[in-house]
Design a protein around this ligand. Structure first.
Ligand SMILES: [Zn+2]
Length: 137
């Protein structure tokens, strides 16, 4: 996972070891031991702009007529806010789906309707015993 950061002047590039002065941008990338980018669980490696470009992590993209440096992949849309990672959103959507949704609710709604009709008939006959009708169900 990549995170674009602004240097506060106390960080250095992990690749070329050059200090990154304030307020330059740099990139944090989670990588596994072999230097492959991972979504999570890796170690965070700091890249200065030059090293990020060299590794293909940074590129220039035309945004509103200006060439802007971006750390995003070509396929990634520019996010308006940096919120929860998409992987987590997908995971939670998946788990929500497996949580048995409207099906039993629908069935019980049908039962309820039928019993309500029955109860209504019976209630018309003998209004004294609504509790009995409810207990039957
Ligand atoms: Zn560097």
């Amino acid at each position: 996972m990549r995170r674009g950061c602004l240097s506060v002047g106390t960080v250095a590039c992990d690749i070329c070891k050059r200090p990154i002065p304030y307020p330059d941008r740099y990139l944090m990338v989670d990588e596994d031991a072999s230097g492959e980018e991972v979504n999570q669980g890796g170690r965070s490696v700091r890249y200065c702009i030059d090293c990020a470009k060299e590794k293909g992590y940074a590129r220039y993209k035309e945004i509103k007529g200006e060439m802007m440096l971006t750390f995003l992949r070509e396929s990634e849309p520019v996010p308006s806010t940096e919120t929860a990672p998409p992987a987590a959103a997908v995971a939670s959507a998946k788990s929500a789906k497996t949580e048995k949704p409207a099906k039993p609710a629908k069935a019980s709604a049908k039962d309820e309707k039928a019993s309500v009709e029955k109860t209504a008939d019976k209630a018309a006959e003998k209004q004294k015993a609504p509790a009995k009708a409810a207990a039957k169900k």
